[in-house]
Design a protein around this ligand. Structure first.
Ligand code: NAI
Length: 686
């Protein structure tokens, strides 16, 4: 047998059963991605295999510890300027994957770790897919989150494999599933322990079992006639409209459009898929969502440049935040000791940990292991052993001072000290420490399990190495670290303060609750400002008003105060500006319909108010740059990803008109705004 040819991104080897093992290990990358060069090499390899009469089967496997294949090369795709170039690339990949599918010998994808986007599309072209049972094994087609949809034939093959309803749901939601869920859906043929993965692949090649999973693929055959397709699509579009608007997120609508146009069974479905990606790739949504992806990568980079690992975290305060942070850390594999004088708070935190572990870890032994990692510690014994100590007790400087005096006495010298405060000054808290440079803010958002961002706060004296350790810890627990400087409300709450302030101002001018909140949602925010204030708690809003809503009028503050005095604190008391029935917000109908000009004006003011705050945060260097600011508002404040960020959105307007509106809103001269360095910074970047 001749020596196998050498490739840059793939390693080929033939075993004693004459099975070709095709190991992907993309050169110069931490993760495997299907770039143009990687696919070109694969094309040569497939031809080589086709001509090798002795080969009895092929196994795709990864040589990287970071997972199987994470998708196409997003950076490469985001640089495409000509849609024809994108279509051409999709066609080439489709032809290659069809060649793999057409091989006369069995082909297996042996999947361990992440198998996403183009990686899953490749696996779908294989005859069998076997997944390891490791918790890191996840399969998904997240392309809609980038404003496109699968383009290597995946959107066609998924429908053929899973049936219309399950397949469409899987593509439209862009959500990952673990190995067991993938098996249940019929996406993989088997789930095995990692140590058995190779053996299972050999078994599948040698035995070629027929029906290993049950799916609803019959629905794809049954619903192929055009009339049935259009009826079903109408039904699916209704469901989709409740989740996303077509003008904001066109990709999921395009997936449905492709199917209604050509179905999923004929070859032309592939051509339609590629053409559709070509149409989507130059839309503003796609451009902005690629930006969001790159912002996310940029935040992950903030954790680079040092070595630090938390094995044990000690959390002080087991309330809303401390309890949920403890739960998250335990589920992420950290040893957690949780200190609080209140047994009820500790009990509630344990119960919430169990619920979260059930939701995320699913399997009994993993849930039990997570519960074993969380230790209720009313006496604070864990304090002296922890690598990181996070204070999340009540928002009261005197209480925090007492806690940090005790920490200073007992913590290991190497331990990182952190506070979750959202409104107190870091420098003031640190004043009681022997070395104030040891303290950082690690500011989580509520609800902890859902919010991807964590602000890592540095005060004037904070040691930059400590801040870096904070960022590394945040990345370790699979959150996105945003370094910010100390200052009231840091970045995210300052921006949200602007949102609230403009919302209350609109109410004062006689606009209805429904109109104000609708304007916020029209902007693309997940909730209007008043709904959000109700969710946060009106008592919390009132306490933060002096620095987060400094321009609020007496009248607005009095209205807020009255609600608080009456015990109407919002969602948590089931009554605030709105009434609630459990989770459900009860909306009273307005007597008069609101005209669209008024709605647009409110929307404009909500945006201007947030923009004004953003420029102040840039000017005062609360955040280091335009990208970091946009990342903060998207991942922390819920600013709509399809707009690419607050500042990115600002740049879609005419500069002079925006300057005039913003100066009017701030009640300053345009010339003063034009001299503002943050305003200049905004327009300096292309
Ligand atoms: P909370 O009132 O729900 O919980 C505070 C907990 O601290 C209580 O369980 C209390 O028993 C405990 N506690 C009081 N004194 C203590 C002491 N000496 N030692 C240990 N535990 C003590 O408060 P929440 O909302 O969890 O806030 C905690 C911190 O997190 C605050 O600094 C707050 O500003 C910050 N934060 C709150 C957010 C929220 O949405 N609630 C969001 C982000 C930050």
């Amino acid at each position: 047998m001749s020596e196998p040819k050498k490739y840059r991104h793939w390693q080929l080897s033939q075993d004693e059963h004459n099975i070709t093992w095709l190991s992907i290990d993309v050169a110069d990358r931490e993760v495997n991605v299907l770039s143009y060069a990687v696919l070109e090499e694969l094309s040569d390899i497939v031809l080589e295999i086709r001509n090798n009469g002795a080969c009895t089967g092929v196994v795709f496997i990864s040589n990287k510890p970071s997972g199987f294949i994470l998708g196409a090369d997003v950076k490469e795709i985001s640089q495409v300027e000509d849609p024809n170039e994108a279509v051409d690339f999709m066609h080439k990949a489709q032809i290659l994957f069809s060649m793999i599918e057409a091989l006369r010998i069995p082909v297996v994808a042996a999947i361990d770790g992440l198998c996403l986007g183009g990686g899953l599309e490749l696996a779908l072209a294989c005859h069998y897919r076997i997944a390891s049972d490791a918790s890191g094994t996840q399969l998904g087609l997240p392309e809609v989150k980038l404003g496109i949809h699968p383009g290597f034939g995946g959107s066609v093959r998924v429908l053929r494999l899973l049936g219309i309803f399950q397949g469409m749901n899987f593509i439209l939601q862009g959500r990952n599933v673990d190995a067991y869920a993938a098996k249940k859906m019929g996406l993989v043929n088997d789930v095995v322990a990692l140590r058995q993965l190779r053996r299972a692949a050999i078994y599948f090649i040698q035995h070629q079992p027929k029906k290993t999973v049950k799916t609803a693929r019959w629905s794809t055959l049954l619903l192929e006639p055009p009339l049935l397709r259009s009826i079903v699509t109408g039904f699916l579009v209704q469901g989709l409209k409740k989740k996303v608007k077509q003008d904001q997120y066109p990709a999921p609508y395009a997936v449905l459009g492709n199917w209604v146009e050509v179905g999923a069974l004929k070859e032309k479905a592939f051509a339609e898929e590629a053409a559709s990606v070509g149409r989507l790739i130059l839309t503003p949504t796609c451009h902005n969502l690629f930006r969001v992806f790159s912002l996310q990568e940029k935040l992950k980079e903030k954790a680079k440049g040092g070595e630090f690992k938390v094995h044990h975290i000690h959390i002080i305060g087991a309330g809303v935040m401390g309890g949920d942070i403890a739960a998250w850390c335990a589920v992420q594999g950290l040893q957690v000791s949780l200190q609080d004088p209140s047994p009820q708070a500790l009990g509630s935190a344990l119960a919430r940990t169990y619920t979260l572990a059930q939701k995320l870890l699913k399997r009994k032994h993993l849930i039990e292991a997570a519960m074993d990692r969380l230790c209720p510690d009313p006496q604070g014994y864990g304090l002296s052993k922890a690598d990181l100590i996070l204070e999340a007790a009540v928002e009261n400087l005197a209480v925090k001072h007492e806690i940090f005096k005790n920490i200073d006495l007992k913590a290991k010298d190497s331990a990182i000290l952190a506070t979750n405060t959202s409104s107190l000054s870091l420098s003031e808290i640190a004043a009681v420490l022997k070395n104030p440079g040891r303290l950082i803010g690690i500011h989580f958002f509520n609800p902890v399990s859902k919010m991807p961002l964590v602000e890592v706060v540095s005060a004037e004296k904070t040691d930059p190495k400590t801040a870096l350790c904070g960022a590394i810890f945040v990345k370790q627990i699979k959150k996105l670290p945003l370094p910010v400087r100390d200052g009231h409300g840091f970045l995210v709450n300052q921006i949200l303060g602007g949102y609230f302030e403009a919302g209350f101002k609109a109410l004062e001018t006689g606009q209805s609750l429904n109109a104000v909140d609708k304007a916020g949602r029209n902007l693309g925010m997940p909730m209007g400002p008043i709904e959000l204030a109700d969710r946060v708690g009106l008592d919390v809003c009132l306490a933060a008003a002096p620095y987060l809503m400094p321009a609020s009028s007496e009248k607005a503050l009095t209205a807020l105060q009255a609600k608080v005095q009456q015990g109407e604190l919002g969602y948590k008391t089931q009554k605030g500006f709105y009434r609630y029935s459990g989770e459900k917000l009860i909306r009273e109908k307005d007597k008069d319909t609101v005209n669209s000009a008024s709605l647009k004006k409110i929307q404009r003011n909500l945006f201007l108010s947030m923009l004004s705050r953003a420029l102040i945060c840039l000017e005062t260097q609360i955040v280091s740059g335009v990208d970091e600011l946009d990342a903060g508002v998207i991942f922390g404040a819920g600013f709509p990803p399809f707009r690419g960020g607050l500042l990115q959105y600002a740049k879609t307007f005419d500069k002079n008109e925006l300057a005039k509106d913003l100066a009017d809103y701030r009640k300053i001269e345009i010339t003063a705004l034009e001299k503002d360095s943050a305003w200049q910074q905004l327009w300096a970047i292309g």
